[in-house]
Design a protein around this ligand. Structure first.
Ligand SMILES: NC(=O)c1ccc[n+]([C@@H]2O[C@H](COP(=O)([O-])OP(=O)(O)OC[C@H]3O[C@@H](n4cnc5c(N)ncnc54)[C@H](O)[C@@H]3O)[C@@H](O)[C@H]2O)c1
Length: 314
């Protein structure tokens, strides 16, 4: 199978590329390397993955890559992922996450691609909700440009299904973590804590540390993305664990994974961040039914693996 991964030099994208190469797909990557790194693709490039350096906002550049690669399947992960940037510069965010997605959809249509898998977000689309774990049918209430632009891009997937018969699916990820995550992303808290622990620092907790998220290990997520590529289901599908984990529990998990001594890695508390959602967790019933997928790695095991992968530079 010929696969194109946009954002393939990033954290999730490069983990996906490795798995696709492993199963024998012919893989190409489109990435502007704004946050992704060529070094994430070292193993993959050795195995002849083609890296196209280009910006998804540039329709001509995207069209050229599709004309050359003619992918059967498109995994669209390139995005503006910084929530704070999306609040400060919503139009800039939308140019990448909405217009950029349209350019990639156009490429897929022109190339006659069979399947289009989009990396969307759960928590940032649902916002504060009464129903936790939250199912896909919940009315979206994004609290930042990022969730809004992802939701808007999802709607374009539906449009391309209706207008052009392109088979598409939007996966709404929980908070993804694992090896190669940059500590500056949307959900870098585990990466930040592992880095701090490694460097002998202390974790900063905003608010009381009881806010919850649904943390999904990148290896599990990659399995879900690949299952979604092979399936023919449409619409939006949550990809998470359906387990809520507090920030204080995360710190415990890091302490346990690192074998911390008494008094080591104690949190420093700082003022709660404005507009932060208290609870976020995804109902994963649809993923189980439609994809036959469920997560396998619990947060303690995932934190162990993430900490073990932290290098002196990280
Ligand atoms: N990390 C999470 O917890 C999380 C949660 C929900 C959704 N997502 C989504 O998953 C996808 C991957 O996120 P990630 O965490 O791996 O982040 P990342 O920053 O590591 O990956 C994004 C990649 O896209 C590339 N990119 C950015 N703008 C581009 C542009 N204009 N043209 C071409 N390439 C561009 C970057 O260089 C990078 O390699 C994103 O779509 C993100 O919104 C991530």
């Amino acid at each position: 199978m010929r696969a194109l991964v946009t954002g393939g030099a990033g954290f999730i994208g490069s983990n996906l590329v490795d798995a696709l190469v492993e199963r024998g797909d012919e893989v190409a990557v489109l990435d502007d390397l704004s946050s992704g790194k060529e070094s994430n693709l070292v193993t993959a490039v050795e195995r002849e993955v083609r890296l196209h350096r280009g910006d998804i906002r540039d329709a001509d550049a995207v069209a050229q890559v599709f004309a050359q690669e003619k992918p059967d399947i498109v995994f669209h992960l390139a995005a503006q992922i910084d929530v704070r940037v999306s609040v400060a510069r919503p139009a800039y965010d939308a140019r990448t996450n909405v217009e950029g997605t349209i350019n990639v959809l156009e490429g897929a249509r022109e190339a006659g691609s069979r399947r289009f898998v989009f990396s969307s977000t759960g928590g940032a689309i649902y916002g504060e909700t009464d129903v936790v774990p939250t199912p896909e049918g919940t009315a979206p209430k994004p609290m930042a440009g990022y969730g809004q632009s992802k939701f808007c891009a999802e709607a374009y997937l539906g449009l391309y299904e209706r207008m052009h018969g392109l088979s598409t699916v939007a996966l709404r990820f929980g908070n993804v973590y694992g090896p190669r995550q940059d500590p500056h992303g949307e959900a870098g808290v585990i990466a930040i804590f592992c880095g701090r622990f490694f460097n002998g620092g202390r974790p900063t907790v905003f608010g009381d540390g009881r806010q919850t998220r649904d943390y999904i290990y990148v290896g599990d997520l990659v399995d879900a993305i690949i299952a979604a590529g092979d399936a023919d289901v449409g619409g939006s599908i949550n990809i998470g664990t359906a387990e809520e984990t507090t920030v204080l529990e995360l710190i415990d998990a890091v302490r346990e994974a690192g074998g911390a001594s008494d008094g080591q890695f104690e949190p420093e508390f700082a003022e709660a961040r404005m507009g932060e959602v208290e609870r976020s967790c995804l109902d994963v019933g649809r993923a189980r039914e439609a994809l036959g997928w469920q997560s396998k790695v619990d947060v303690r095991e995932g934190v162990r693996r993430t900490l073990a992968a932290v290098t002196p530079a990280g």
